[in-house]
Ligand binder design. Structure first.
Ligand code: QAP
Ligand code: CO
Length: 172
């Protein structure tokens, strides 16, 4: 089922997500809905809180070398943790909860992570490039943080101005 994606400044987006305890049908149903919802909006990443469920879950579906987004490249992250990070990189980020706004964000370049898959099996991954950026962006959602909170004071002002204008135009 396609769910509604909540958008800034909905206060739900500021909630802390809680760890999954039972890897059962309720988790699988959530993950399936998230995938359907993310695909319907051409997203590459989605956290559970964006469909108003404060569970420690997100997914990432990057495009391959040919620029194709394939279902089999979907990775579901349950109860994720960042074990270590190094380097810095900058990327023009966007977010389905802040539609139409993109800005350069600085993050770690390489990360080592652990998480559980939907069956409760523990996994480890080393991420770099867009994978590392997407993981950190989604991980922030679990702490109730949006990428716009990482902007400089001036860039944040620019965002708030653009956002107000957009709201008035009733695009969303
Ligand atoms: C998070 O973002 C991310 O504004 C996922 O109008 C960000 O899927 C991962 C989207 C940066 C890696 C790098 C945004 C779609 C999708 C929009 C997304 C929009 C339509 C954002
Ligand atoms: Co986001």
């Amino acid at each position: 089922m396609i769910r509604k994606i909540i958008t800034y400044p909905n206060p739900i987006l500021k909630k802390q997500s809680s760890d999954i305890i039972n890897f059962d049908e309720s988790l699988w149903g959530l993950l399936d809905d998230m995938f359907e919802t993310m695909k319907s909006r051409d997203g590459i990443g989605l956290a559970s809180i964006q469909i108003a469920k404060p569970w420690s879950v997100f997914m990432i579906n990057l495009v391959d070398e040919e620029g194709l987004q394939k279902d089999e490249n979907l990775v579901e992250y349950v109860n994720p943790k960042i074990l270590s990070s190094s380097g810095t990189t900058t990327y023009q980020e966007g977010c389905l909860s802040v539609p139409g706004f993109y800005e350069d964000i600085k993050r770690a370049d390489k990360i080592e992570v652990e998480y559980f898959n939907r069956f409760g099996e523990k996994q480890f991954e080393n991420l770099d490039g867009l994978g590392a950026i997407a993981f950190q962006h989604e991980f922030d959602h679990l702490q109730g943080k949006l990428f716009i909170e990482k902007l400089s004071f001036l860039k944040r002002k620019k965002f708030e101005k653009e956002w107000k204008k957009q709201l008035k135009n009733k695009k969303f």
